[in-house]
Design a protein around this ligand. Structure first.
Ligand SMILES: [Zn+2]
Length: 242
């Protein structure tokens, strides 16, 4: 004879039982992912440091430990090998991958930002309008991930420009499919400007480690959203300043 499934002495309908199984399964998966995440990173890993228009590098305490990757371009030691492997495999797959920029000092960032503002002003724009337009594309000095040595701009040598046409290149397509395997994410995806602070940058990749990159790719979310899901302190920072 079957034992009826009951709760507080009452028999439960099949619908309630199915609902309970679904809820408990979802809870188990959520808990497993969370525990896996904590086990992997312990305290929030250094490579998960959030820098965006509302979180300057100076507030993170992050100091880049630099090493050259190629052609004089430097990255933090924590991700230099991963970037070398990614470029090697991308080129082995027949793509013409080229580093357009990697680590930048605060001064490099200032020069880059101000030169672009000046270019627009020279073209007839008011300084305020130029500042606003540039802010969507180029970080202000002190607020760029490039200053941590965790971000790299990669273009296709056959179309070596940092604009949206980069997305059509074979290099960009290979990176969008494979970068996560090396711990890199497409940091500024399309239609996420409200969250990341920047328009679509199909050339800008950020190192976050393989576990986080795999999760972010699978979930199709931004670094800001990933941090707010798994690290409540960081979520506070995002929402307070955003
Ligand atoms: Zn970049």
């Amino acid at each position: 004879m079957r034992t009826p499934v009951s709760y507080l002495g009452r028999r439960l309908s099949p619908y309630v039982r199915v609902a309970m199984v679904v809820v408990l399964s979802a809870l188990a998966v959520f808990t497993a992912v969370r525990i896996h995440s904590w086990n992997t990173f312990g305290e929030r890993s250094r490579v998960m440091t959030l820098v965006n228009p509302w979180n300057p590098v100076s507030e993170t305490g992050y100091t880049a430990k630099l090493t050259e990757v190629e052609d004089g371009y430097q990255m933090d030691r924590v991700c230099a090998d991963a970037l070398r492997r990614m470029l090697t495999d991308c080129r082995a797959a027949g793509r013409n991958a080229l580093i357009a920029d990697a680590y930048r000092s605060v001064d490099d960032q200032l020069v880059l930002h101000d030169a672009e503002v000046q270019r627009l002003v020279d073209g007839g724009m008011t300084p305020e309008a130029a500042e606003w337009q540039v802010s969507k594309v180029i970080a202000a000095a002190g607020r760029s991930e490039h200053e941590m040595g965790l971000a790299v701009d990669i273009v296709d040598a056959d179309n070596p420009v940092t604009d949206e046409t980069q997305a059509e290149t074979p290099t960009s397509q290979w990176l969008r499919e494979n970068a996560w395997r090396y711990g890199f994410i497409l940091r500024y995806p399309p239609d996420a400007e409200e969250i990341t602070g920047y328009s679509w940058h199909p050339w800008h990749y950020r190192y976050v480690g393989e576990d986080a990159a795999g999760n972010i790719q699978a979930l199709g979310i931004t670094l800001e959203e990933y941090l707010s899901l798994f690290y409540s302190d960081e979520a506070q920072v995002v929402y307070d300043k955003g």
